[in-house]
Design a protein around this ligand. Structure first.
Ligand code: OOB
Length: 531
């Protein structure tokens, strides 16, 4: 496979010797659960529920259907399905056909998908039909472009295209594939809010480890019920431990399609959900909703929050309203996962973003010159390890920038390592505002703004200014009546925020624009506010 950077042989051997990589293909996660607990509920959505044996059989049927179409053996296929049992059928069906699923999110649109098609050379796309957007029409537009796309497969009304449910109808048994587990099992898409999204090849070996070790760390067991609240194709709900991790222990996975507190709380109550993963904006909303929703989550024992920085005040609020079992997760589709541990003290749970999953995760925290910074000092996080990629898929120029010569991934995240070994994320290397010769950390300012009782969400961005270079704009969602710039700055004054770090303007917004997984999308904010 061209454009895939494998792990170097010496490190691969070390990870095998140390027991991280077991040589199991990713679809084994389902096969082995089906052997151990055939009659246990595996996946549930609003329309259906399958036991492990049923899901296993359906994945086989899907694989046979895909192979009959000529899709298999290294072919890439874009998967853009809503959270549903069919998401799981499609993922395992593709794996068993020997195809390479590209995990798109329902929020992706023409520009992103066209890019994924071009880079992956995908021959097929599997889309759904609900969710208030015409995914089928988008797939048709993509088919007309110059790419390798040949098959549009639709779960729902397929029109002239291939019906997913018909494709899955047979009872064919695909022949047992011999898989090289050091090769990619699937392609994730990068969550970056800057530049074109990149494709991230995750190998069978590293992703099986990712899911299995995460489930172990979170102490998941077969009695757990995991709710997929974020888009299922994102690494966090997919494998940290998410859907795949839940399967490694034979737990039950519930697919939610509406993460609003009202809908999600009802789903949690109906199915006795014990664990889920959210981005901070949703966790904050769920915690606030406990004030007005009658039905609150009572069964949740593990609430993972990650994808962006969770403010300490929000962490405390989440723990007091939703569950004391808050877990902060600092992760990336490229690999590295940091988790707080279940029995960590309050200080760690509320003020840090966890520590690495694996003993063999190698972290460096460096300054602009690439020199290691002293403990507790912020610097850029570089990482390599048993489940961190060694290069983006078919992105030579990007790889030159994003990886050091000895194979460390430059995360672009600014962190400090505390004496406890835990990390605190202090911002993005590039998420700074350059105002009149000063460098202002956007994350820092946002965390101060969020402490004002009238501020529901905040994003600090730099806007061009003829005198200052950039001026500081605070895009803010207010609870009720907007607060003036003067009043906000008074509040920042009482918190001891330096004068040059205070906003020059406030832009009230009904909601902050978000990326496909629900993180604040600053590029769009700047585009909206630029004069
Ligand atoms: C997760 O993955 P991605 O690929 O969508 O985004 C990764 C980036 C990180 O590089 C970092 O900038 C940011 O998202 N991030 C956080 C964070 N968790 C992720 N920033 C501050 N605090 C955190 N806790 O977002 C992701 C993947 C797996 C598990 C969890 C999150």
């Amino acid at each position: 496979m061209t454009g895939f950077t494998p792990f170097p042989p010496d490190r691969a051997a070390a990870y095998r010797d140390a027991g991280y990589w077991t040589g199991q293909p990713l679809d084994w996660v389902l096969r082995s659960a089906a052997e151990r607990r055939p009659d246990h509920p595996a996946v549930i959505d609003d329309r259906s529920r399958f036991t492990y044996a049923e899901l296993d059989r359906r994945a086989d049927a899907a694989a046979a259907g895909l192979l009959a179409l000529g899709i298999g053996d290294g072919h890439s296929v874009l998967v853009q399905l809503p959270n549903s049992c069919q998401f799981a059928v499609a993922l395992f069906g593709l794996l068993r056909a020997g195809a390479l699923p590209v995990m798109c999110l329902p929020g992706h649109r023409d520009a992103e998908l066209a890019h994924f098609l071009e880079v992956s050379g995908a021959v097929g796309i599997i889309v759904g039909t609900d969710a208030g957007f015409d995914f089928r029409a988008m797939a048709e537009r993509l088919l007309e472009r110059d790419n390798a796309l040949r098959h549009i497969i639709v779960d729902g009304d397929a029109g002239p295209h291939i019906s997913w449910s018909q494709l899955c109808e047979g009872d064919g048994q695909p022949s047992q594939l011999r898989v090289d587990t050091s090769r990619p099992a699937l392609l994730l898409v990068s969550g970056g809010t800057t530049g074109a999204p990149k494709l991230i090849p995750r190998t069978h070996d590293d992703y099986v480890y990712n899911a299995t070790a995460s489930a172990q760390l979170c102490q998941l067991t077969s009695t757990d019920v995991y709710l997929v609240a974020l888009p299922a194709g994102h690494n966090f709900p997919l494998a940290c431990p998410g859907l795949l991790g839940a399967m490694t222990v034979g737990a039950t996975v519930v697919f939610g399609t509406d993460p609003s507190p009202e809908a999600a709380f009802a789903t949690i109550a109906r199915h006795g959900v014990t664990a889920t993963a959210l981005v901070p904006a949703l966790a904050r909303l769920w915690a606030q909703a406990c004030e007005w929703e009658e039905q609150r989550p009572t069964t949740l024992r593990l609430l993972q929050v990650g994808g962006a920085k969770l403010a300490a005040d929000d962490a405390r609020h989440v723990r007091s309203t939703l569950t004391p079992g808050l877990q902060q997760v600092f992760g990336m589709a490229e690999g590295l996962l940091c988790y707080t541990r279940i029995d960590d003290p309050t200080e760690i749970l509320e003020h840090t973003q966890g520590r690495p999953l694996a003993e063999h995760d190698e972290l460096q925290i460096v300054d602009d010159e690439g020199v290691a910074v002293p403990e507790c000092e912020p610097g850029e996080l570089l990482v390599r390890g048993p489940y961190t990629i060694n290069g983006y898929f078919r992105a030579e120029a990007e790889n030159q920038r994003s990886f050091t010569p000895d194979g460390f991934y430059r995360s672009g995240d600014k962190v400090r390592r505390l004496p406890s070994g835990y990390l605190e994320v202090t911002g993005r290397v590039k998420d700074v505002i350059l105002r009149g010769g000063e460098t202002i950390s956007a994350l820092d300012l946002e965390s101060h703004l969020l402490t004002h009782p009238a501020v529901s969400a905040a994003a600090a961005v730099g806007l061009p200014d003829p005198y200052l270079g950039e001026k500081i704009c605070a895009a803010i969602v207010f609870r009720g009546r907007p607060v003036s710039l003067a009043e906000l700055n008074e509040h920042l004054d009482t918190r001891g925020v330096a004068v040059h770090c205070r906003p020059d303007m406030v832009a009230p917004m009904p909601a902050l624009p978000t990326t496909a997984v629900g993180k604040v999308d600053k590029r769009t904010i700047v585009a909206q506010l630029r004069p």
